[in-house]
Design a binder for this molecule. Structure first.
Ligand code: XMP
Length: 196
């Protein structure tokens, strides 16, 4: 696996310290939205988008000192060996959430903002359930006009428009367990894509 890495874009220590900073910012913002209630009584639901966000979310929530629920949703746009979005497929999206989210503060979490289609679809669906507030947070945002068009509230890192893996992100199902955000050697991607 290590020999497939082309370049480490963001190392694990930088990721860890940025996640702590994000958590501080999110906590402060949520506390200020709960002016009429103690922050711990704020009905807060985190909505992580599977599968790529799992490691990010696992790290982030341990730095959020707030009472919260987790509602996982499943979306796929890079099936198999794709390195470009194939369109958003909402799999188990929203089925675990109550039909009305009135009074609930939502924080939608994703690994990476690329075309913006995933967050656009998911936030549109969630808004219909009328939450008290809806914020979005991504670990990575690609340097593409489409990504910058989506008004995300929290961004861990802005990265170049390259296909990245590690820290939860995969290529053809692999590399999620790499602790750093990396790019793969072009020949590794080509080899897998040739095999189909
Ligand atoms: P969109 O295009 O909807 O993309 O903003 C969001 C989803 O696409 C996947 N994605 C990637 N996965 N490396 C990956 O492993 C990448 O460089 C990449 N870019 C987008 C990811 O699942 C994300 O949730």
């Amino acid at each position: 696996m290590q020999t497939d890495i082309h370049q480490v874009l963001i190392g694990r220590r930088r990721i860890a310290s940025r996640i702590q900073a994000l958590a501080r910012q999110i906590t402060a913002d949520l506390r200020s939205s709960g002016q009429r209630a103690p922050a711990d009584d704020l009905p807060l639901t985190l909505v992580p988008i599977l599968t790529g966000s799992i490691i990010f979310v696992a790290d982030l929530i341990r730095h959020l000192p707030l009472r919260m629920r987790l509602n996982l949703i499943s979306v796929s746009s890079y099936p198999g060996a794709s390195t470009r979005s194939q369109g958003v497929r909402l799999r188990r999206a929203l089925e675990n959430l109550p039909p009305s989210l009135a009074g609930t503060h939502l924080l939608v979490l994703d690994d990476i903002l690329d075309t913006g289609r995933t967050l656009t679809r998911v936030t549109q669906l969630l808004q219909r359930r009328q939450p008290a507030s809806l914020r979005t947070c991504v670990l990575l945002r690609k340097d593409r006009p489409t990504a910058h068009n989506f008004p995300v509230n929290y961004v861990g890192f802005d990265i170049p428009d390259a296909f990245v893996v590690g820290f939860g992100l995969d290529f053809n199902g692999h590399y999620r367990n790499l602790p750093d955000i990396v790019t793969l050697k072009p020949q590794v991607i080509a080899r897998v894509q040739r095999r189909g």
